[in-house]
Design a protein around this ligand. Sequence first.
Ligand code: ACM
Length: 677
Amino acid sequence: MRPSLSSRQIGVLLLVLMPGFLGSVRAQGDNLMPQPAKVVHAQGRLEISGSFRVALEGYEEPRLRAAGERIVERLARQTAIPMNSTLETDPAKAALVIRCDHAGGLVQSVREDESYTLEVTSRQARLEAATPVGILRGMETFLQLVTLDAQGFAVPAVNIEDKPRFPWRGFMIDVSRRWIPAPVIKRNLDGMAAVKLNVLHWHLSDDQGFRVESRRFPKLHEMGSDGHYYTQEEIRDVIAYARERGIRVVPEFDMPGHATSWFVGYPEIASLPGPYTVDRTLGIRDPAMDPTREEVYTFLDAFIGEMTQLFPDEYFHIGGDEVRAKHWSESPRIQEFMRQHGMKDHRDLQAYFNQRLLVILQKYGRKMVGWDEILHPELPKDIVVQSWRGQQSLAEAARRGYMGILSWGYYLDLMQPASFHYGVDPLGGGAARLSEAEKARILGGEACIWTENVDMENIDAADWPLTAAIAERLWSPAQVQDVDSMYRRLAMVSRQLEWMGLTQRISPRLMLERLAGDSDPAVLKRLDEVLAPLNCDVRRRVHHYTSLTPLNRLVDATPPESDAAREFALLVGHWQANKLKIRQQLSRWKRAGAEVAPLLQRSALLQEDLPLAENVSAVAEAGLEALDYLEHAEAAPDAWVAKQTALLDRASQPQAELWIMIVPSVRELLKAAEAGK
Ligand code: ACM
């Protein structure tokens, strides 16, 4: 199970309590996300025109030449000014000179130097870095600096010195629960590069699907995938695409649990005889590999041998999470093995399995990464532990000498607001009390998207722009904390991401159009803008899902965070100054709730949302009445307060897996009205 984080309401509360949330002064001219380590603004602007050209100096390689051309192509896209992307050979004639010092790792490593400097004057921009990856990071900064002013497109004169706070800044995509094809992965790699993330953690196998072609064991993908898997050629292509963008690719093959899809073709590696079918139900399943059988290690040796040919990264993720003891307990032969080896419980057996796996990984020159359940004193200190069950487990791993990355707090499927993720720091919580040497073992973190309730259509909307807030937490200095500034820049980044092909803004619109059928989706949008989905754990408890359930309801089209509700909360926080705006918004939502009802009735997929429409209207009406009392500086009568409180309590219960996100703000208005001020 995923960790049960605080409820959405608590998330909103945290956001409001967060220091700097209100009234912060934003730094001049910073549209950058993540914010660089050091920015010094200067006088002047470098004009971006159709004659913009890039020249390379110093060390050169195809990746740098491609990057030089790509930056011009992206600039042309951003500005709609036709440009020639051929590299300029004379640096004196180039608008941007890129100077790289030397080659990076043949395979990018966690130790890669990603630092860069960027100096922009009104005459020229110079981007310098030790390695190509540093150049790639600086290139994204340059593109984010482009703005339109009264004279045209330009980059402001600036001096930037930048380097990451953490070396491991990842994004995990689960492609097993739902099939996510390679082009979607590629556009997410573009998004990752744009915000300086550097590890794609590819969750390639689970109970619901095995997603990689194996030539050695073809029944893995042939029988375990419903035909949805990446060919080895596609995998190589994605890895090359990632490398071009300075991104490592760490494959995860989840073992020994979460592995039913392996057993469809190869029941002999499972603990019980089977037969097995691809498991389309969700949640934690019982099947597990049999750690007591030598043939299992022979199989895994050959399999990992094949996969390490395909995936060059020095780290290999073995999963290791949520292993159920049930099938191990039901197998007399496994029980006998445990007795003979003096193993007291299934954790000991899993540790034994991991040690055997470790030997195989070492044979192929790989280091182990696993979810925090793998932590065991028998494992060597160069493994990396990925904490998903809390910050304490990360601190504990570091204290015991292990390297770790944080994913607790970065689970995007939990539908928390960006401010929540932004407030989670790998060196916060239990880690804050570590010594400097222990802190140095914390390599960074990874945003994670599990796809029980996410598919190829809405994955971008679940991930972006949220992931950019996490990327900033992992790249920028720890003191970059201003939530207001983060949201402002998040909106800018979101627009840029769509220029790169991501679909987080367009896909919810298309989904609303599908839901609305022949009706105008604009009115549906006005309802939807105040809604937000339940987190995926809760959704699974209130509705039956399998990995084949169509994700075509309103909840699936609704982005994780309601910008409208967040902005409304800001207005209500200063209601005395914003009465008119609050009234306009509430009137609009009151009307929307009424206007959308006939549309909801006409659509089989939307009928379940009728109570939401009624509640949104009623909540808005309650807010308007509260405002009336406030405008007359009159304390609202007790009976009215009691009635409206009951209404808000009802409306704060989810319907059709959606929350109404303006309820807490209207409750604040109610409280003020009750007090008469
Ligand atoms: C996990 O969420 N089971 C790693």
